[in-house]
Design a protein. Structure first.
Length: 120
C-alpha cells in the first residue's frame, strides 16, 4: 500500500508544470504584469486629465513608454521581478529609519536605542 502511494507521489512531482499556472497574468499589448500595468495606466490617465489636449496625451504616452519599456526588458528575464519589487515595497521599503532607531517602521518612537544614551 505504501509503495503505491509513493509511486503516485513521484508521478505527480515529475509531471510538467504548465506555464499558465506559474507565471503572473500579463497585459497582452504591453508585455508587463497586471500588477505593474494598472498603476502605470492610472498614473498616465491622471496626467492626461490634468494636462488636457494633445499635450496631455503626449505626456501620458511618455509615462507609459518610460515605465513599460524598462519593465518589459526586466520581466523578460524574470516574470516575478515586479512581484519582488512590490514585496520589498510592502516590507523593507518603509523601514528607512531601521538603522537609526532599530525598528522596522516609520515610527518616530524608537523600539530600542541604537546606542546607550548615558542614562544612569
Amino acid at each position: 500500500m505504501a509503495d503505491g502511494w509513493m509511486a503516485d507521489e513521484d508521478e505527480r512531482r515529475s509531471g510538467p508544470v504548465h506555464l499558465g499556472a506559474t507565471r503572473p497574468p500579463m497585459v497582452p499589448g504591453l508585455g508587463i504584469p497586471f500588477s505593474a500595468a494598472v498603476p502605470t495606466l492610472l498614473a498616465a490617465a491622471e496626467v492626461q486629465m490634468a494636462v488636457t489636449g494633445l499635450q496631455g496625451l503626449a505626456y501620458a504616452a511618455g509615462i507609459v513608454l518610460a515605465v513599460t519599456l524598462p519593465l518589459r526588458v526586466w520581466v523578460s528575464f524574470d516574470w516575478y521581478a515586479v512581484e519582488c519589487l512590490m514585496a520589498w515595497a510592502r516590507t523593507a521599503g518603509p523601514a528607512f529609519d531601521n538603522r537609526r532607531w532599530g525598528g522596522a517602521s516609520l515610527s518616530h518612537f524608537p523600539l530600542r536605542p541604537a546606542e546607550a544614551r548615558g542614562l544612569v
